[in-house]
Design a protein around this ligand. Structure first.
Ligand code: NDP
Ligand code: GDR
Length: 353
């Protein structure tokens, strides 16, 4: 006898991870419900358009619902309608720098939004049926004292985003302990790919590489080059999210590669992929770009991209996930950078050899 089809509810389905997770769950035979925000243009579903099914078809595998993490009544109604076996809470104002500009909204969506979903599970008496995944983050570690960081490393958040995510982390733990919910945190280190949001550093750089190669951009403005991140591939990490909810008990897991690289090194690796050298403004090569050679790309530093408080070093230890979930990252740093550069170049009609 085949087991009944499982139903997942994904908040943040239009984001990088939500789209990749939807693809993964559909490939596993899930019925997928996704929360999408109303936008004035229809463009916010770009990452999932290839998965879209006409709702007029009989039994579509994926259905999108309008909603917002700041609207509790909407979330309760949608969970009542969809009765999910698994909820993946990926929706968030996820940009660290933007959170300094919109701290209250970030707290509302990222912290209270998580509480609203957990309360909806209780109100609807779904505690026995529904498993809950919370998209926690390596930003919780912030001002790092110990490294590599693992599940027992103390937190010290350094941005309104990270503080909001700290609340979401602990409210998830609290509802697990207080009400017996199957509620788990994935503490994920930075993960990227060709569909990464364009204003995060990796994609900003790989898009600029392509635009400079195509002769459509002259130079690239960046902030702090010395920050170090543990960058993995988003494809590997959504597989880890799913494994976290299939585990026999709810728990919290770090997902990371265990390797760290500076922003400067990411930039150098990306430009090296297309055979370009870098002229770092202010570092001797050419103060104003005048003496730049034709195969050099100019990088300028712009103070506006520096954060009031920075996270200097992140490097994760995912050995718990390796042991208990048999999860391991499969993509190296160089492979990730190449994949992103190649995809952005293709979008400009440039095929790299
Ligand atoms: P994205 O920024 O790409 O996607 C965020 C998603 O949340 C989008 O679908 C966005 O909708 C949605 N969203 C934002 N605000 C609201 C709201 N008020 N109501 C409903 N939906 C909302 O993020 P990622 O895919 O990169 O990350 C997914 C989650 O994982 C986030 O919670 C992030 O904080 C967390 N995380 C990410 C890491 C990473 O390296 N990528 C690492 C660790 C944690 P819209 O498309 O309409 O903007
Ligand atoms: P992060 O990602 O803050 O780690 O959060 P981001 O790519 O924005 O920054 C990484 C590092 O690069 C430095 N930096 C710049 N960053 C941006 N965005 N733009 C620049 O021009 C620039 N120049 C230098 C930053 O200062 C920082 O040190 C991401 C998000 O996905 C979060 O949602 C997630 O929780 C964490 O990763 C893990």
């Amino acid at each position: 006898m085949s087991s009944p089809r499982r139903t997942a509810f994904i908040t943040g389905i239009t984001g990088q991870d939500g789209a990749l997770l939807a693809e993964l769950l559909l490939s596993k035979g899930y019925m997928v419900h996704g929360l999408k925000r109303r936008a004035s243009l229809i463009g916010n579903t770009q990452r999932i358009d290839h998965l879209y099914q006409d709702p007029h078809e009989d039994h579509p595998d994926m259905v999108l619902h309008y909603g917002d993490m700041t609207d509790a009544t909407n979330l309760i109604r949608l969970l009542q309608q969809t009765q999910p076996d698994e909820i993946y809470n990926l929706a968030a104002q996820s940009h660290v720098q933007v959170s300094f500009e919109t701290p209250e909204y970030t707290a509302n969506a990222d912290a209270l939004g998580t509480l609203r979903l957990l309360e909806a599970i209780r109100i609807l008496r779904l505690e026995e049926k529904t498993r809950f995944y919370q998209a926690s983050t390596s930003e919780l570690y912030g001002l790092v004292q110990d490294s590599p960081q693992k599940e027992i490393t103390p937190f010290y958040p350094r941005s309104p985003y990270a503080v909001a995510k700290l609340y979401a982390y602990w409210i998830t733990v609290n509802y697990r302990e207080a009400y017996g919910l199957f509620a788990s945190n994935g503490i994920l280190f930075n993960h990227e790919g060709p569909t990464r949001g364009e204003t995060f550093i990796t994609r900003k750089v790989t898009r600029a590489v392509a635009a400079i190669m195509a002769g459509q951009q002259d130079c690239l403005y960046l902030g702090n080059l010395e920050a170090k991140r543990d960058w993995g591939s988003a494809r590997d990490y959504v597989e880890g999210m799913w494994r976290i909810l299939q585990h026999h008990e709810p728990d919290d897991f770090v997902l990371a590669t265990g390797k760290t690289h500076s922003v400067r090194s990411f930039v150098e690796t990306a430009f090296r992929r297309v055979g370009k050298e870098i002229a770092w403004e202010g570092e001797g090569v050419d103060e104003v770009g005048r003496e730049r050679r034709t195969n050099q790309a100019l990088i300028r530093i712009d103070k506006r991209y520096f954060r009031p408080t920075e996270v200097d070093l992140l490097i994760g230890d995912a050995s718990k996930a390796a042991t208990k979930l048999d999860w391991k990252p499969t993509t190296t740093f160089d492979e990730l950078v190449s994949e992103m550069v190649e995809a952005d170049c293709r979008a400009y009609g440039i095929t790299l050899t």
